[in-house]
Write a protein that binds this ligand. Structure first.
Ligand code: UDP
Ligand code: MG
Length: 323
Protein backbone atom coordinates (compact mmCIF):
# COMPACT_ATOMS: atom_id res chain seq x y z
CA UNK A 1 0.00 0.00 0.00
CA UNK A 2 1.04 3.57 -0.44
CA UNK A 3 0.07 4.55 3.10
CA UNK A 4 -2.48 7.19 2.17
CA UNK A 5 -5.28 7.20 4.71
CA UNK A 6 -7.68 9.81 3.37
CA UNK A 7 -8.44 10.91 -0.16
CA UNK A 8 -10.54 13.99 -0.83
CA UNK A 9 -12.08 14.43 -4.27
CA UNK A 10 -12.88 17.99 -5.39
CA UNK A 11 -14.59 18.62 -8.75
CA UNK A 12 -13.75 22.01 -10.25
CA UNK A 13 -15.56 23.80 -13.02
CA UNK A 14 -14.71 27.48 -13.41
CA UNK A 15 -13.96 27.85 -9.72
CA UNK A 16 -11.18 30.46 -9.82
CA UNK A 17 -13.04 32.55 -7.24
CA UNK A 18 -13.15 29.84 -4.60
CA UNK A 19 -10.23 27.47 -5.19
CA UNK A 20 -7.64 29.20 -2.98
CA UNK A 21 -9.98 29.60 -0.03
CA UNK A 22 -11.16 26.01 -0.47
CA UNK A 23 -7.56 24.74 -0.36
CA UNK A 24 -6.83 26.83 2.71
CA UNK A 25 -9.79 25.52 4.70
CA UNK A 26 -9.49 21.96 3.46
CA UNK A 27 -5.78 21.67 4.23
CA UNK A 28 -6.30 23.00 7.72
CA UNK A 29 -8.80 20.24 8.44
CA UNK A 30 -6.69 17.55 6.79
CA UNK A 31 -3.42 18.61 8.45
CA UNK A 32 -5.13 18.49 11.84
CA UNK A 33 -6.02 14.85 11.28
CA UNK A 34 -2.33 14.03 11.44
CA UNK A 35 -2.47 11.18 8.94
CA UNK A 36 -1.29 10.96 5.33
CA UNK A 37 -3.84 12.35 2.88
CA UNK A 38 -4.23 13.31 -0.74
CA UNK A 39 -6.56 15.75 -2.45
CA UNK A 40 -7.58 14.80 -5.97
CA UNK A 41 -8.77 17.89 -7.81
CA UNK A 42 -10.64 17.15 -11.01
CA UNK A 43 -10.71 20.09 -13.38
CA UNK A 44 -13.83 19.46 -15.45
CA UNK A 45 -12.84 21.48 -18.50
CA UNK A 46 -12.80 24.91 -16.86
CA UNK A 47 -12.45 27.90 -19.16
CA UNK A 48 -11.14 30.32 -16.55
CA UNK A 49 -7.93 30.40 -14.51
CA UNK A 50 -8.82 27.29 -12.47
CA UNK A 51 -6.35 24.95 -14.20
CA UNK A 52 -3.35 27.23 -13.69
CA UNK A 53 -4.25 27.94 -10.09
CA UNK A 54 -4.71 24.25 -9.35
CA UNK A 55 -1.33 23.52 -10.90
CA UNK A 56 0.32 26.08 -8.61
CA UNK A 57 -1.38 24.48 -5.60
CA UNK A 58 0.02 21.08 -6.58
CA UNK A 59 3.50 22.55 -6.91
CA UNK A 60 3.28 24.03 -3.42
CA UNK A 61 1.92 20.91 -1.74
CA UNK A 62 2.52 17.42 -3.20
CA UNK A 63 -0.51 16.05 -1.33
CA UNK A 64 -2.60 17.96 -3.85
CA UNK A 65 -3.03 16.32 -7.25
CA UNK A 66 -4.79 17.43 -10.37
CA UNK A 67 -6.60 15.66 -13.19
CA UNK A 68 -7.48 17.74 -16.22
CA UNK A 69 -10.41 16.56 -18.31
CA UNK A 70 -10.18 17.14 -22.04
CA UNK A 71 -13.52 18.99 -21.88
CA UNK A 72 -16.48 19.54 -19.59
CA UNK A 73 -17.89 16.09 -18.80
CA UNK A 74 -20.11 17.15 -15.93
CA UNK A 75 -20.02 17.03 -12.17
CA UNK A 76 -21.07 13.40 -11.74
CA UNK A 77 -18.38 12.23 -14.14
CA UNK A 78 -15.78 14.42 -12.45
CA UNK A 79 -16.41 12.92 -9.04
CA UNK A 80 -16.36 9.45 -10.58
CA UNK A 81 -12.91 10.07 -12.04
CA UNK A 82 -11.71 11.49 -8.74
CA UNK A 83 -12.87 8.40 -6.89
CA UNK A 84 -11.37 6.09 -9.53
CA UNK A 85 -7.98 7.73 -9.12
CA UNK A 86 -7.93 8.05 -5.36
CA UNK A 87 -6.26 5.46 -3.19
CA UNK A 88 -7.03 6.33 0.44
CA UNK A 89 -8.64 3.94 2.93
CA UNK A 90 -11.50 6.43 2.99
CA UNK A 91 -12.56 8.75 0.18
CA UNK A 92 -14.45 12.00 0.72
CA UNK A 93 -16.25 13.81 -2.09
CA UNK A 94 -16.77 17.51 -1.48
CA UNK A 95 -17.88 20.50 -3.58
CA UNK A 96 -15.30 23.17 -4.26
CA UNK A 97 -17.50 26.12 -3.37
CA UNK A 98 -17.42 25.53 0.41
CA UNK A 99 -21.16 24.90 0.53
CA UNK A 100 -20.15 21.61 2.11
CA UNK A 101 -18.05 22.72 5.10
CA UNK A 102 -14.72 20.83 5.15
CA UNK A 103 -14.91 20.73 8.94
CA UNK A 104 -17.74 18.17 8.66
CA UNK A 105 -15.17 15.69 7.31
CA UNK A 106 -14.02 15.17 10.91
CA UNK A 107 -17.48 13.95 11.94
CA UNK A 108 -17.62 11.71 8.88
CA UNK A 109 -14.29 10.13 9.76
CA UNK A 110 -15.49 9.51 13.30
CA UNK A 111 -18.50 7.58 11.97
CA UNK A 112 -16.25 5.71 9.55
CA UNK A 113 -14.05 4.64 12.44
CA UNK A 114 -17.17 3.32 14.16
CA UNK A 115 -17.50 0.92 11.23
CA UNK A 116 -19.79 2.63 8.73
CA UNK A 117 -18.71 2.27 5.12
CA UNK A 118 -20.74 5.15 3.72
CA UNK A 119 -21.25 8.37 5.67
CA UNK A 120 -23.31 10.90 3.77
CA UNK A 121 -23.89 14.51 4.64
CA UNK A 122 -27.55 15.29 5.21
CA UNK A 123 -28.58 18.87 4.70
CA UNK A 124 -30.35 19.98 7.87
CA UNK A 125 -30.75 23.44 6.34
CA UNK A 126 -29.69 25.22 3.17
CA UNK A 127 -28.43 28.76 3.26
CA UNK A 128 -28.04 31.26 0.48
CA UNK A 129 -29.90 29.28 -2.14
CA UNK A 130 -32.89 30.56 -4.07
CA UNK A 131 -36.32 29.38 -3.00
CA UNK A 132 -36.61 27.84 -6.46
CA UNK A 133 -33.56 25.63 -5.88
CA UNK A 134 -34.72 24.68 -2.39
CA UNK A 135 -38.26 23.80 -3.46
CA UNK A 136 -37.24 21.88 -6.60
CA UNK A 137 -34.49 19.99 -4.76
CA UNK A 138 -36.77 19.12 -1.86
CA UNK A 139 -39.60 17.87 -4.03
CA UNK A 140 -37.27 16.06 -6.42
CA UNK A 141 -35.68 13.94 -3.67
CA UNK A 142 -39.12 12.95 -2.39
CA UNK A 143 -40.48 12.24 -5.84
CA UNK A 144 -37.45 10.09 -6.70
CA UNK A 145 -37.96 8.12 -3.52
CA UNK A 146 -41.52 7.26 -4.56
CA UNK A 147 -40.37 6.23 -8.02
CA UNK A 148 -37.60 3.82 -7.07
CA UNK A 149 -37.15 0.64 -5.12
CA UNK A 150 -33.61 1.62 -4.16
CA UNK A 151 -33.69 3.55 -0.94
CA UNK A 152 -31.96 6.81 -1.77
CA UNK A 153 -31.87 9.11 1.26
CA UNK A 154 -33.57 12.50 0.87
CA UNK A 155 -31.85 15.89 1.13
CA UNK A 156 -28.49 14.29 0.54
CA UNK A 157 -26.05 15.42 -2.13
CA UNK A 158 -22.71 14.00 -3.14
CA UNK A 159 -20.88 15.27 -0.03
CA UNK A 160 -19.97 12.00 1.64
CA UNK A 161 -17.27 9.66 2.84
CA UNK A 162 -16.96 6.18 1.38
CA UNK A 163 -14.75 3.31 2.43
CA UNK A 164 -12.16 1.96 -0.01
CA UNK A 165 -14.35 -1.12 -0.49
CA UNK A 166 -17.24 0.99 -1.68
CA UNK A 167 -14.90 2.87 -4.01
CA UNK A 168 -13.70 -0.43 -5.48
CA UNK A 169 -17.26 -1.64 -5.91
CA UNK A 170 -18.15 1.57 -7.68
CA UNK A 171 -15.30 1.01 -10.11
CA UNK A 172 -17.19 -2.00 -11.44
CA UNK A 173 -20.24 0.09 -12.26
CA UNK A 174 -19.65 1.20 -15.84
CA UNK A 175 -22.85 3.04 -16.62
CA UNK A 176 -22.96 6.43 -18.29
CA UNK A 177 -25.38 9.21 -17.27
CA UNK A 178 -24.49 8.53 -13.69
CA UNK A 179 -26.41 9.50 -10.62
CA UNK A 180 -23.61 8.74 -8.20
CA UNK A 181 -25.46 9.17 -4.93
CA UNK A 182 -28.07 6.69 -6.16
CA UNK A 183 -25.42 4.21 -7.28
CA UNK A 184 -23.83 4.31 -3.84
CA UNK A 185 -27.22 3.62 -2.22
CA UNK A 186 -27.72 0.79 -4.68
CA UNK A 187 -24.38 -0.76 -3.70
CA UNK A 188 -25.53 -1.12 -0.13
CA UNK A 189 -22.92 -1.43 2.66
CA UNK A 190 -23.42 0.03 6.11
CA UNK A 191 -24.58 3.59 5.66
CA UNK A 192 -25.23 6.44 8.03
CA UNK A 193 -25.65 10.21 7.96
CA UNK A 194 -24.13 13.24 9.60
CA UNK A 195 -26.23 16.38 9.55
CA UNK A 196 -24.81 19.69 8.48
CA UNK A 197 -25.93 23.12 7.45
CA UNK A 198 -25.34 23.76 3.78
CA UNK A 199 -23.72 27.15 3.56
CA UNK A 200 -24.07 29.72 0.83
CA UNK A 201 -21.57 29.53 -1.99
CA UNK A 202 -18.30 31.18 -0.90
CA UNK A 203 -17.93 33.10 -4.17
CA UNK A 204 -18.82 32.82 -7.84
CA UNK A 205 -22.11 31.49 -9.05
CA UNK A 206 -23.65 28.05 -9.39
CA UNK A 207 -22.30 25.81 -12.13
CA UNK A 208 -25.60 23.92 -12.12
CA UNK A 209 -27.94 25.89 -14.35
CA UNK A 210 -31.49 24.62 -14.77
CA UNK A 211 -30.51 22.52 -17.78
CA UNK A 212 -27.92 20.54 -15.82
CA UNK A 213 -30.31 20.20 -12.89
CA UNK A 214 -32.98 18.72 -15.16
CA UNK A 215 -30.46 16.32 -16.69
CA UNK A 216 -29.36 15.15 -13.26
CA UNK A 217 -32.99 14.66 -12.25
CA UNK A 218 -33.82 12.67 -15.40
CA UNK A 219 -30.65 10.59 -14.95
CA UNK A 220 -31.65 9.87 -11.38
CA UNK A 221 -35.13 8.75 -12.34
CA UNK A 222 -34.27 6.74 -15.45
CA UNK A 223 -31.32 4.97 -13.82
CA UNK A 224 -33.36 3.74 -10.91
CA UNK A 225 -36.93 3.40 -12.09
CA UNK A 226 -39.01 1.94 -14.91
CA UNK A 227 -42.16 3.53 -13.58
CA UNK A 228 -42.32 6.29 -16.22
CA UNK A 229 -42.58 3.56 -18.88
CA UNK A 230 -45.35 1.84 -16.99
CA UNK A 231 -47.44 4.99 -16.93
CA UNK A 232 -48.19 4.32 -20.61
CA UNK A 233 -49.46 0.83 -19.89
CA UNK A 234 -51.77 2.04 -17.14
CA UNK A 235 -53.07 4.93 -19.16
CA UNK A 236 -53.54 2.81 -22.28
CA UNK A 237 -55.44 0.14 -20.39
CA UNK A 238 -57.69 2.68 -18.69
CA UNK A 239 -58.44 4.50 -21.95
CA UNK A 240 -59.20 1.26 -23.83
CA UNK A 241 -61.72 0.21 -21.23
CA UNK A 242 -63.27 3.67 -21.08
CA UNK A 243 -63.60 3.93 -24.84
CA UNK A 244 -65.09 0.44 -25.10
CA UNK A 245 -67.73 1.35 -22.53
CA UNK A 246 -68.41 4.55 -24.45
CA UNK A 247 -68.80 2.57 -27.64
CA UNK A 248 -71.35 0.28 -26.03
CA UNK A 249 -73.25 3.28 -24.72
CA UNK A 250 -73.33 4.91 -28.15
CA UNK A 251 -74.53 1.70 -29.79
CA UNK A 252 -77.29 1.25 -27.27
CA UNK A 253 -78.40 4.85 -27.66
CA UNK A 254 -78.42 4.56 -31.44
CA UNK A 255 -80.25 1.25 -31.40
CA UNK A 256 -83.03 2.55 -29.20
CA UNK A 257 -83.04 5.95 -30.90
CA UNK A 258 -82.42 7.69 -27.63
CA UNK A 259 -80.38 10.38 -29.30
CA UNK A 260 -80.01 12.38 -32.49
CA UNK A 261 -76.30 12.63 -32.32
CA UNK A 262 -74.80 15.65 -34.04
CA UNK A 263 -71.41 15.19 -35.65
CA UNK A 264 -69.43 16.91 -32.90
CA UNK A 265 -66.18 18.18 -34.43
CA UNK A 266 -65.20 20.14 -31.36
CA UNK A 267 -65.39 17.19 -29.02
CA UNK A 268 -63.69 14.99 -31.58
CA UNK A 269 -60.87 17.48 -31.90
CA UNK A 270 -60.48 17.80 -28.13
CA UNK A 271 -60.30 14.06 -27.64
CA UNK A 272 -57.84 13.62 -30.51
CA UNK A 273 -55.50 16.36 -29.38
CA UNK A 274 -55.54 14.99 -25.86
CA UNK A 275 -54.63 11.51 -27.04
CA UNK A 276 -51.93 12.74 -29.40
CA UNK A 277 -50.46 14.65 -26.49
CA UNK A 278 -50.43 11.57 -24.32
CA UNK A 279 -48.89 9.47 -27.08
CA UNK A 280 -46.15 11.99 -27.80
CA UNK A 281 -45.25 12.31 -24.13
CA UNK A 282 -45.01 8.54 -23.86
CA UNK A 283 -42.87 8.39 -27.00
CA UNK A 284 -40.59 11.01 -25.45
CA UNK A 285 -40.23 8.97 -22.28
CA UNK A 286 -39.44 5.85 -24.28
CA UNK A 287 -36.93 7.94 -26.25
CA UNK A 288 -35.15 8.93 -23.05
CA UNK A 289 -34.61 5.28 -22.18
CA UNK A 290 -33.57 4.36 -25.70
CA UNK A 291 -31.06 7.21 -25.83
CA UNK A 292 -29.55 5.87 -22.65
CA UNK A 293 -29.39 2.34 -24.01
CA UNK A 294 -27.70 3.73 -27.11
CA UNK A 295 -25.14 5.52 -25.02
CA UNK A 296 -24.29 2.33 -23.15
CA UNK A 297 -24.06 0.31 -26.35
CA UNK A 298 -21.59 2.71 -27.92
CA UNK A 299 -19.28 1.85 -25.05
CA UNK A 300 -17.34 5.08 -25.09
CA UNK A 301 -15.13 5.80 -22.09
CA UNK A 302 -16.79 7.78 -19.33
CA UNK A 303 -14.29 10.59 -19.54
CA UNK A 304 -11.13 11.62 -21.34
CA UNK A 305 -8.17 12.93 -19.40
CA UNK A 306 -5.86 15.40 -21.08
CA UNK A 307 -3.17 15.38 -18.39
CA UNK A 308 -2.45 14.73 -14.75
CA UNK A 309 -0.30 16.50 -12.19
CA UNK A 310 1.10 14.51 -9.26
CA UNK A 311 1.50 10.87 -8.43
CA UNK A 312 -1.64 8.75 -8.64
CA UNK A 313 -2.09 5.24 -7.33
CA UNK A 314 -5.67 4.65 -8.42
CA UNK A 315 -6.60 3.45 -11.89
CA UNK A 316 -8.79 5.47 -14.19
CA UNK A 317 -11.11 4.32 -16.95
CA UNK A 318 -10.17 6.91 -19.47
CA UNK A 319 -9.20 6.29 -23.08
CA UNK A 320 -5.87 8.07 -22.93
CA UNK A 321 -3.83 7.86 -19.76
CA UNK A 322 -0.64 9.80 -20.20
CA UNK A 323 1.12 10.91 -17.05
N1 UDP B 1 -19.00 21.09 -11.26
C1 UDP B 1 -18.27 20.33 -12.16
N2 UDP B 1 -18.72 20.24 -13.46
C2 UDP B 1 -19.85 20.85 -13.88
C3 UDP B 1 -20.61 21.60 -12.95
C4 UDP B 1 -20.17 21.68 -11.64
O1 UDP B 1 -17.24 19.76 -11.81
O2 UDP B 1 -20.17 20.74 -15.07
C5 UDP B 1 -18.54 21.19 -9.86
C6 UDP B 1 -18.40 22.59 -9.30
O3 UDP B 1 -17.14 23.14 -9.60
C7 UDP B 1 -18.60 22.37 -7.82
C8 UDP B 1 -19.57 21.20 -7.77
O4 UDP B 1 -19.51 20.57 -9.04
O5 UDP B 1 -17.41 21.99 -7.16
C9 UDP B 1 -20.99 21.64 -7.47
O6 UDP B 1 -21.40 22.67 -8.37
P1 UDP B 1 -22.20 23.93 -7.88
O7 UDP B 1 -21.71 24.35 -6.53
O8 UDP B 1 -22.12 24.96 -8.94
O9 UDP B 1 -23.67 23.35 -7.78
P2 UDP B 1 -24.79 23.74 -6.71
O10 UDP B 1 -24.16 23.66 -5.36
O11 UDP B 1 -25.22 25.13 -7.07
O12 UDP B 1 -25.85 22.72 -6.93
MG1 MG C 1 -22.53 24.65 -4.82
Amino acid sequence: MNGIRYSVVVPLYNEEAVIDEMVRRLSRVLEDLGEPYEVVMVNDGSRDATAGMARAICAANPSFKLVNFARNFGHQTAITAGMDLSCGDAVVVIDADLQDPPEVIRDMIEKWKEGYEVVYGKRAARKGETWFKRVTARSFYRFLNRMTDVRIPVDVGDFRLIDARVRDALLSVPEHNRYVRGLISWLGFRQTAVEFVREARFAGETKYPLKKMVKLAVDGITSFSYKPLKVGIGMGAFLSIASFLYLVAVLVMRLFRLTDMEPGYASLMAVMLFFFGVILVMLGIIGEYIARIFEEVKGRPLYVISDKVGEFHGRDRSASTPS
